[in-house]
Each structure stands twice: as C-alpha cells, then as structure tokens.
Design a protein around this ligand. Sequence first.
Ligand SMILES: Nc1ncnc2c1ncn2[C@@H]1O[C@H](COP(=O)(O)OP(=O)(O)O)[C@@H](O)[C@H]1O
Ligand SMILES: O=C(O)C1=C[C@@H](OP(=O)(O)O)[C@@H](O)[C@H](O)C1
Ligand SMILES: [Mg+2]
Length: 166
Amino acid sequence: MSPRAVVVGPPGSGKTTIGSLLASRYEVEFRDTDADIEASAGASIADIFVTDGEPHFRSLERAAIAAALSSHSGVLSLGGGSVLDPATRALLAAERVVFLEVSLTDAAKRVGLDNSRPLLLGNVRGRLKQLMDARRPLYEEVATVVVDTSGRTPEDIVDEIVKALS
Ligand SMILES: Nc1ncnc2c1ncn2[C@@H]1O[C@H](COP(=O)(O)OP(=O)(O)O)[C@@H](O)[C@H]1O
Ligand SMILES: O=C(O)C1=C[C@@H](OP(=O)(O)O)[C@@H](O)[C@H](O)C1
Ligand SMILES: [Mg+2]
C-alpha cells in the first residue's frame, strides 16, 4: 500500500495544512508523521527534542515514515527534516511526492512566534534560511511535483497539486 500523495517541504511551507485539505479533496484519510510520533511517544515534538535530543527524534521519525508509507493509502505529510535521512529518501523514490516551496519571508511569517518547532528557536529567520538552503537539493531529489506556495491561498495550492498529479 502506498499513500495517494506524500507532502514535503520546509517548516512553514504548509505541509500539514495543505496535506489535510488535499486529503479532504480526494476524500481520503490524512496522516502527519509528526502527529504519529507525538501519539506513540506520548510527548510533544518540542519535549522529545529537549528530553532525548534530535538524533533520537530523527530515529523515531525514520521509523514513523517507514510505517506510514507501508500502511497508509491517503495523504501523508512529513516533518520538514524528514528528507535528511538517506533511507527515507530511498523509500520516497517510489512515491508521489509533492514538494511545497515557500519564500523565506512567507515561511517566517507563517511559523511566526509558534514555539512548537525547536530547531527554529532563537533566530527564526536565520535558522529557516539555513535549513532551507541546506535541504533544498534533498526536497528536489525526492519531488515528483514542485508547487510554489508563496503568496497563495491553500485552496489555490491544492487545485494546482490535484492538476499536477492527475
Ligand atoms: N498558503 C498559506 N497561506 C497562508 N498561511 C498558510 C498557508 N499554508 C499554511 N499556512 C499557515 O502557516 C502555518 C504553518 O503551516 P503548517 O501547515 O503547520 O506548515 P508545515 O507543516 O509545513 O510546517 C499555519 O498557521 C498555517 O495555517
Ligand atoms: O524541519 C525540521 O527539522 C522539523 C520540522 C517540524 O515539522 P514541520 O516542518 O511540519 O514544522 C518537526 O518535524 C520538527 O520540529 C523538526
Ligand atoms: Mg507540519
């Protein structure tokens, strides 16, 4: 079993929001691996980072993605750092992957003062730029379609994804 679509991109690109709307449009179930990780760990992502550190989070993330790819047939949104793992990128090579692009300005506005993303704490714009620059080639490597979300409404973005995947 494979998801109908897998959504990747940097924090603030709208993976969780757009993935959920896309699932409603297709009338399929939505899953987000960050929510899966929080449910099975019984702790928030922020707490997992503080208590166990990023390497532990990444290993939970790798396992959550592998499990979801083999069991979920709806739309699946991943966390922004999921593409850092080579084994995950290898699994994604067989999937329909939507890369949501976003400008630094829009991403920074969208994540705002939300402190649930531990990697962005302290200097949101600077950390986002660093992550986006380093990960861009990895998102591009796994993408089947690339959709720019900057300055666009979620509905408009979902329309483009549906067209691109049809
Ligand atoms: N196209 C968009 N335009 C404006 N705001 C958006 C858009 N997509 C998402 N958002 C908002 O940006 C914030 C982050 O979105 P989210 O879906 O959590 O991103 P991600 O999962 O990629 O980090 C949320 O508050 C969401 O409502
Ligand atoms: O970019 C990252 O490394 C992360 C992004 C987050 O997900 P979103 O991209 O949905 O915010 C979450 O998985 C965790 O805080 C780490
Ligand atoms: Mg998300």
